[in-house]
Design a protein around this ligand. Structure first.
Ligand SMILES: Cc1cc2nc3c(=O)[nH]c(=O)nc-3n(C[C@H](O)[C@H](O)[C@H](O)COP(=O)(O)OP(=O)(O)OC[C@H]3O[C@@H](n4cnc5c(N)ncnc54)[C@H](O)[C@@H]3O)c2cc1C
Length: 401
């Protein structure tokens, strides 16, 4: 059988998982990443549900555990930092907590030999034909392939180019700003989560690098990713003025941090995730946002499921394999994209009265009677279905070229 060639665009969790598994199943793989080097950074993500099984099949569970963020649990605190409510174990804090950059870096280091990664040279044009897809990069490199996997994240340019008119972007009206700040002696091993009026939340989480991971989240109509960093940080400071607790420290920390990530939460919904020899994976296909949860787990799983579904299709049309991939992934995505209407006002109360109701509800949710409802929010990438089986060729694990 002739070796099939896949081009994967995007070298984060979804793209690297796809590269890992396609190479393992005998494909020649070229990864194209827009950034000029591997993108480290990013804050806490967790591996849940069937993501744990995929990680185990990659042989990476111990490596991920070794980089655990050391978070021991999650508590809701009040304006003075006193704990109001303690969440159940394996609730918001999962068993496998890791920083985004550490997870992506772990997959990168364990890619099977022979995966080529090209940095700083993204796709400029795509030509689709029945028997091949031809990619031209911005530097003029031409790659003729059997498959193009677009794993460029929520704001994917190649997806927008190829699936114009089919991308339903649903802005949730929530901004989240993630960043790394110096650790202080008052920081402990728990995720401390403070909610206050005006639709604002403040979070502090430990990591295993001796720093602290902070999040400021708020309801916001305008997309801060369209602004330059200085302007976005100034607006953030205005929005969080008078919030109290650790907000001033976090704002000062963000000013001095080179690792601040702005997100204006936007779900991506599409009627179809593949066409001909092109398919989408991870946030590019179905961004679920942190409100849905499980984006990293779904990205990880998608690479495995894609390769597994294509492993039985030979060198003919990939359509049956891509259809099977989509059919397998879609229920997992639907499960977390359908957010109840009340979730946003519940998570981001605007008034004192709303905050009082929320505080009462938090306590009620911890009672045994309502615990199943609480568990629902952290159940992502869960399924009774077995993962599709994969035909491994035994390609050795080693360093990527
Ligand atoms: C640097 C960074 C920091 C992040 N920090 C957080 C965080 O703190 N909290 C959080 O909840 N989520 C964060 N995320 C998002 C999170 O990683 C994803 O929601 C999730 O893991 C799904 O991963 P993904 O691989 O589908 O997409 P992403 O992780 O978004 O990765 C997409 C990759 O594609 C690359 N790319 C984009 N456009 C192109 C292009 N045209 N051509 C080639 N490559 C392209 C990007 O540089 C990136 O490497 C971050 C993502 C990145 C890239």
């Amino acid at each position: 059988m002739t070796t099939r060639h896949a081009v994967v665009s995007g070298a984060s969790i979804a793209g690297l998982s796809a590269a890992f598994w396609l190479r393992r199943t005998g494909w020649e793989v070229t990864v194209l990443e827009r950034a000029t080097a591997f993108r480290d950074g990013g804050q806490n993500v967790d591996v849940r549900g069937v993501g744990r099984e995929v990680l185990a099949r990659m042989g990476l569970t111990d490596a991920v555990k070794a980089q655990n963020t050391t978070e021991t649990g999650t508590v809701f605190v009040d304006a003075s930092g006193e704990v109001r409510v303690e969440l159940p174990s394996d609730g918001a804090t999962a068993e496998l907590e890791i920083l985004r950059g550490d997870l992506a870096g772990t997959i990168l280091r364990q890619l099977p030999e022979g995966v080529e990664i090209g940095y700083g040279d993204p796709i400029a044009a795509v030509r689709e034909e029945a028997d091949a897809v031809t990619v031209t990069t911005s530097a003029g490199r031409v790659l003729r392939a059997d498959l193009l996997v677009v794993a460029e994240g929520v704001r994917s340019a190649t997806r927008d180019l190829l699936f114009e008119g089919q991308v339903d972007r649903r802005a949730l009206g929530i901004t989240m700003v993630f960043g790394t700040i110096p650790r202080t002696t008052g920081d402990d091993s728990r995720w401390r989560w403070y909610t206050t009026v005006g639709g604002r939340q403040v979070h502090l989480r430990p990591d295993h690098h001796g720093t602290t991971r902070a999040i400021l989240a708020c309801t916001e109509a305008e997309d801060p990713t369209r602004l330059d960093r200085a302007e976005a940080l100034t607006r953030l400071r205005d929005r969080f003025s008078g919030v109290g607790w650790e907000a001033p420290r976090i704002l000062d920390g963000f000013d001095g941090s080179d690792d601040v990530y702005f997100d204006h939460l936007t779900q991506i919904r599409m009627p179809v995730w593949h066409r001909g020899r092109v398919c989408l994976a991870g946030d590019a296909a179905w961004c679920v946002t942190p409100m849905g949860g499980g984006g990293a787990s779904l990205a990880l799983v998608s690479g495995y499921v894609l390769a597994a579904c294509l492993s039985g299709t030979g060198s003919g049309s990939p359509t049956p394999g891509l259809t099977a991939y989509e059919n397998w992934m879609r229920p997992l995505v639907d499960d977390v994209q359908g957010l109840p209407r009340w979730i946003k006002p519940f998570a981001f109360p605007r008034t004192r009265f709303g905050l009082t109701l929320r505080s009462a509800a938090d306590k009620a949710l911890m009672t045994p009677a309502l615990a199943p409802l609480m568990a629902r929010f952290t159940r992502v990438a869960e399924t009774d279905r077995a993962l599709p089986s994969i035909t491994a060729t035994g390609t050795a694990t080693g360093t990527a070229r």
